[in-house]
Design a protein around this ligand. Structure first.
Ligand code: SF4
Length: 464
């Protein structure tokens, strides 16, 4: 999971706005950050660093950077390790000019692409799958970058929400399946693209719409032009986990408020998994809080902010190792003994992936002498890995892939455990079942047939 942002203005410099936009997307990646622009000499420039945005980049330097178009990235690694070589934007000055790319998603045919490109002489500088897109461009040295990019996108499979900077303008592209979100914003004649619409609020820009699956936008002095990858997919595969956990609650995806969806998930959970006799509802802050509010409203129980979060450490789910994750929970979450002592609690979280955080928090609540702790999860059991840009690479790490619900409740130390069903989750999201990806819950991945759609004949005919 990563955050991407791009800005174009015909009358003012935008590098600092990219920095500010990235600050609203920090929840999507905390390992590295970077911003790129094309200078007056026609060369691509970038500054990148490891860590949080303010550690990695200097806002002051970006405020002084004379660029009317710029792109940026906050990274959490899913393909390639956590190292500065893999920090984005990935940039090059090649035969056809400067190019910089930022990517959210995961290319499922990266290994094949890399082997093919290396056999043609490509030298990869990083282990990031995003570099394959740049290499595909460079291997079409006589084509203008925008056309070369469209052709490159016909070769890649999997999930990509991309923002690209070339001399022809700022480009935003979303894969034909629509796995990862990508939003278009506008303020007067200035255009913005971002992983989530929440990034526009800070800049006073309006959210215009989602970039459509298979759509490529070219934004420059002439305005914005929309192109379609000549691809016919049978259906969309919008990531349901964005609604469950990844996206910020003040974002809107596919016309659905993430806040309202999470609240509805909590309401449905309260209807179908009530915890009779409990005294109050608490949450794992912040990810479970919106669903917990829905649970409390539906059940009539009071909501108490009984687990306090230290806001100055990152989210446990996006820490790269198990050891750091386990240490991180005690640093980050602290149940209040005053609120739990002698009382029966319902504890709501958005998801249960490895079960590590839930187990540690429930044991801390037991230390507070709670009478009972009933764990409620506002999504279905995560049983399958994600191949589209989320760090759940193997079944071995997923609690629900190995253990029954009763075993998980026992190992976590909860008095009861109950999940939202997949159908309830889909109803709460409010989009048609056949437009959502739910693969990590039900194992239904993009079919081989649909995965082939981007190499269709029609695609090649239009380009040729
Ligand atoms: S497998 Fe899960 S996390 Fe991955 S894209 Fe599908 S719904 Fe999202």
């Amino acid at each position: 999971m990563c955050g991407v942002f791009g800005a174009f203005s015909s009358n003012h410099f935008v590098a600092e706005e990219v920095y500010l936009g990235l600050s609203a997307l920090q929840h999507r990646g905390q390992e590295s950050a970077g911003v790129a622009w094309i200078d007056s000499g026609g060369r691509v420039n970038a500054i990148k660093g490891m860590g949080l945005l303010h550690e990695a980049l200097s806002q002051g330097v970006l405020a002084e950077t004379p660029a009317k178009a710029a792109i940026g990235h906050v990274r959490y690694s899913t393909a390639g390790g956590s190292m500065i070589q893999n920090a984005q934007p990935i940039c090059a000055n090649y035969a056809q000019g400067p190019v910089a790319v930022v990517h959210n998603g995961n290319l499922t045919n990266f290994n094949d692409l890399r082997s093919t490109l290396e056999s043609r002489g490509a030298i990869f500088q990083s282990t990031s799958d995003t570099e394959a897109i740049l290499q595909l461009l460079a291997h079409q040295p006589r084509r203008r970058p925008f056309e070369a990019l469209l052709r490159a996108l016909a070769e890649v499979r999997g999930a990509y929400s991309l923002v690209v900077l070339i001399e022809e303008g700022l480009v935003a592209a979303r894969d034909p399946w629509g796995f990862r979100p990508l939003a278009l914003g506008r303020k007067g004649d200035d255009y913005y693209v971002a992983s989530e619409s929440c990034a526009f609020n800070l800049l006073g820009a309006s959210f215009v719409r989602d970039v459509e699956p298979g759509e490529v936008l070219l934004i420059n002095e002439s305005g914005m032009t929309s192109y379609r990858l000549p691809v016919k997919c049978e259906r969309k595969w919008v990531c349901s986990f964005e609604f469950v956990y990844f996206a910020r609650p003040d974002s809107v995806i596919e016309g659905r408020s993430v806040y309202r969806v999470r609240q509805e998930m909590g309401r449905k959970l309260a209807k179908n998994c009530p915890a009779a006799g409990a005294d109050f509802v608490a949450s794992f802050p912040d990810s479970g809080t919106t669903a917990a509010l829905g649970f409390a409203a539906e059940s009539g129980m009071p909501f108490e902010a009984a687990v306090v979060r230290n806001r100055y450490v990152g989210r446990t789910f996006i820490q790269p190792t198990q050891k750091v994750r386990e240490l991180g929970v005690r640093i980050k979450l602290s149940p209040s003994p005053e609120l739990f002592r002698g009382r029966n609690a319902v504890l709501v979280d958005d998801s249960l992936v490895r079960g590590t955080t839930a187990g540690l928090v429930v044991s801390m609540i037991r230390e507070c002498k709670a009478l009972s702790v009933h764990l409620r999860i506002s999504s279905p059991p995560v049983q399958y890995p994600c191949f589209y840009g989320i760090d759940t690479p193997s079944n071995g790490e997923l609690a629900a892939a190995k253990h029954s619900q009763a075993e998980i409740a026992r190992s976590i130390g909860a008095d009861s455990l109950c999940y939202l069903s997949k159908d309830e989750m889909v109803e709460a999201i409010g989009l048609p079942d056949n437009s959502l990806c739910t693969a990590c819950f039900d194992g239904k991945y993009v079919s081989a047939h649909d995965a082939e759609c981007s190499s269709s004949h029609a695609c090649r005919e239009i380009f040729d």
